[in-house]
Design a protein around this ligand. Structure first.
Ligand SMILES: [Zn+2]
Length: 341
């Protein structure tokens, strides 16, 4: 590679760690392994921005890339935040230090680095990476939807290769889309509640929090004497449900089947909204045992009601390399910006 060729840097800011990558103008990632540096977000914005600058310097050192070659930086963080990277005025799980409220994270990093910084929330960044990884050069002509199941429900909507952000930056909040519950809930099952205040949205079913607060307590009533009923507290039991599912435990499989149905119903809504070329599934399930993962993806597909033309035109895939997806998606967004100029 020429010494003067342009590159962009992707910085993924997480609750405990920063992760970084470098992307060249041809779309090649110069980093294969995970680069992690403590994110120090709990110590407030000044310390965290300094930690990101350190991550930036570190990834350039590791790739032997001269700083003068960097044209832009992509930043992604957990939400909630504005489309332009201003952290929510209410704070959030990851940004509980009072200094974060209404903090312009993107602007602050841009100032410190003296480089253009492009912002996305982590779900959108991972969705963008999945999209480009699957479609390659055709990515700018394709649309996709990603459901990333973790503690909450993240992801995003991509249309013609671009993250759909919306007027207030709140598009693609798929976890808080209400889904039809008829035939999804058992006759005696209460409507699940979400931390956002809604009842019966996608996250209230399909998230670790949804298992802990809603699904597990109900299904333990249906399976009295189940080993997980003896695990305290319920948050600990919730984390064990996946391992039980991988081992074929009937109750765990019913919980995951209910999650898969909920995701399928959300994808059905997407099919009628943006009719995407790809439906991505990511999160903990990607790291699960292959047989269980395939079973789960099949259940999601079975519960997504597509028309025949849509079945032929679309595909179901897993979000690849999830631990690197945020940094890589952030870098892709930065490269798009450079190309657009
Ligand atoms: Zn919600």
């Amino acid at each position: 590679m020429q010494s003067g060729e342009a590159v962009v840097v992707g910085l993924d800011n997480g609750g405990t760690k920063n992760n970084a990558t470098v992307l060249d103008a041809s779309g090649r990632f110069l980093i294969d392994q995970l680069i992690e540096i403590p994110s120090r977000v709990t110590e407030g914005p000044d310390v965290a921005v300094a930690a990101l600058v350190e991550t930036f310097d570190d990834v350039l050192r590791q790739t032997s890339v001269d700083r003068a070659r960097v044209r832009a930086v992509g930043l992604d963080t957990p939400g909630p935040s504005s489309a332009d990277g201003v952290i929510s005025s209410k704070g959030s799980t990851n940004f509980s230090h009072p200094g974060w409220r209404n903090y312009d994270f993107r602007g602050a990093l841009e100032k410190r680095l003296s480089l253009p910084v492009v912002y996305n929330n982590d779900g959108n960044a991972a969705a963008l990476y999945a999209h480009y990884k699957l479609f390659g050069p055709l990515a700018p002509q394709r649309g996709s939807i990603s459901a990333i199941i973790g503690t909450g429900f993240g992801g995003g909507v991509i249309e013609k290769g671009q993250v759909v952000k919306g007027a207030a930056g709140m598009a693609g909040e798929l976890g808080h889309v209400h889904i039809p519950t008829h035939g999804l809930l058992e006759p005696d099952q209460p409507l699940p509640h979400c931390n956002c205040g809604f009842d019966g949205d996608a996250e209230s079913f399909a998230s670790l929090t949804g298992i802990e607060k809603n699904l597990l307590p109900y299904w333990l009533m249906r399976y009295p004497g189940h080993e997980l009923g003896k695990v305290e507290p319920v948050s600990k039991a919730a984390k064990l449900v996946r391992a039980y599912g991988e081992n074929g435990d009937e109750m765990a499989l019913r919980i995951f089947e209910q999650q898969a149905k909920a995701i399928g119903r959300l994808f059905t809504i997407a099919a009628n909204f943006t009719d995407p070329d790809a439906y991505f599934l990511g999160g903990g399930v990607v790291e699960a045992a292959p047989r269980f993962r395939e079973w789960f993806l099949t259940k999601v597909r079975e519960n997504t009601a597509l028309r025949e033309e849509q079945v032929r035109a679309s595909r179901f895939e897993m979000v690849p390399h999830l631990d690197m997806a945020g940094a890589r998606g952030a870098a892709i967004a930065a490269l798009e910006r450079v190309h657009a100029r």
